[in-house]
Design a protein around this ligand. Structure first.
Ligand code: PLP
Length: 357
């Protein structure tokens, strides 16, 4: 293998693995007639990866920042854009301009979207989110009927669906019961207003176990999937999904100091830094890597080699190289969890490289 000398820290992104993951996930969910939209919020608006997703079969992308959709529009990506919510009143004009659909919970906001859509002479699509227990965004189930009634009266907006989001704030799982209740609610509301909602968006990467366990997903026909595409896992037990790559992203940082040092610090220690003495204060190798809290969530880093993470500060990650043959200037490679990936993608200090071409 040829060694290419590249700057670090860098994030190596394997486009082929991401494309494979997306295609496989689309196929898995298709077996139960569920369409997925690819949630791009972890990409921090990376248009190249967003384009890859569209080329790999995504017909709808979801993001939490309207600016990211603006960039994707400018890059002429051909797909629907779904804004994760709740949307900001201060952004309604941009939302109507750059998002086809938004997830909503507040009639007041939908009213502003409606006004803006009328002015821009378009129809903005709305999915109403229902609170199912995770206590983030959602209309209380008993208020859904009233909300639908109010929104149906508005011009410029069309209620295209009902949705829910779980497992993102308080860890409430999308169980069979929760999903069945959502389906039942949808049927009741449709009957009451004599309408049909084309999209019932039942959740995210945490819905994988539910999907496998139900022969019939009821009215749920849409999911918003991020983490499974990029990291290959479901998010209840963090288990790998068969056939998916877990290592589409690899963080690489280099050793900038390597010395034998005492395992316990010496001197009077500031309160903030209190730590348990290790007991066996002995000389051991310590390496400093050129990445830290400013650019990554260190608790979400998993070294590919047998090294141990000891500590971190803004720009330093301290590791014990253990038995590895690490030298000054060598690179150490890490897998990442979602929050580490989120931070790295957002950091301008980490070079992003496509390593699949
Ligand atoms: C982030 C998010 C998702 C995607 O969640 P994953 O766990 O990455 O699949 C779906 N829906 C909403 C509303 C979100 O905020």
């Amino acid at each position: 293998m040829q060694i290419i000398v590249m700057t670090s820290p860098r994030l190596e992104i394997n486009y082929k693995k991401i494309a494979h993951n997306l295609k496989t996930i689309i196929a898995i969910y298709e077996t139960k007639s569920i369409a997925i939209c690819a949630v791009t919020k972890v990409l921090c608006g990376d248009v190249n990866i967003a384009r890859l997703l569209v080329q790999s079969g995504a017909t709808m992308l979801a993001d939490s920042k309207i600016n990211n959709f603006k960039k994707m529009h400018e890059a002429k990506l051909q797909c629907q854009f779904l804004l994760l919510g709740p949307p900001k009143i201060s952004e309604v004009n941009l939302i109507v301009k750059y998002a086809d659909i938004s997830l909503n919970t507040e009639v007041l906001v939908i009213r502003e979207l409606s006004k803006s859509a009328v002015l821009q002479k378009v129809i903005h699509k709305v999915i109403l989110m229902v609170e199912c227990g995770d206590l983030r965004e959602g209309i209380m189930p008993e208020d859904l009927e009233g909300t639908v009634a109010q929104v149906l009266k508005l011009k410029g907006v069309e209620v295209v669906g009902i949705g829910t989001n779980l497992m993102c704030l308080e860890g409430v799982q999308p169980t069979k019961d929760k999903m069945r209740l959502l389906s039942q609610k949808v049927v009741l509301i449709e009957k009451k207003f004599n309408i049909h909602f084309p999209i019932i968006s039942g959740g995210n990467s945490a819905n994988y176990n539910w999907l496998l366990s139900v022969p019939d997903p009821g009215r749920i026909n849409h999911l918003r999937i991020g983490e499974s595409i990029f990291l290959g896992r479901e998010t209840i037990e963090n288990k790998p999904i068969p056939e998916l790559f877990l290592d589409a992203f690899t963080l690489v940082a280099e050793v900038v100091e390597l010395k034998m040092k005492l395992s316990d610090p010496f001197g009077q220690i500031g309160e903030y830094f209190f730590r348990k003495p290790l007991g066996k204060n002995k000389l051991s190798p310590r390496a400093i890597l050129s990445i830290g809290l400013q650019d990554v969530d260190v608790s979400g880093l998993y070294p590919e080699e047998q090294v141990t993470i000891l500590n971190s500060s803004s720009d330093h990650l301290i590791i014990n190289p253990m038995d590895s043959k690490l030298k000054l200037g060598c690179e150490v490679r890490f897998n990442l969890n979602y929050s580490a990936l989120l931070a790295v993608m957002t950091s301008p200090n980490v070079l992003k490289v496509n390593i699949s071409d």
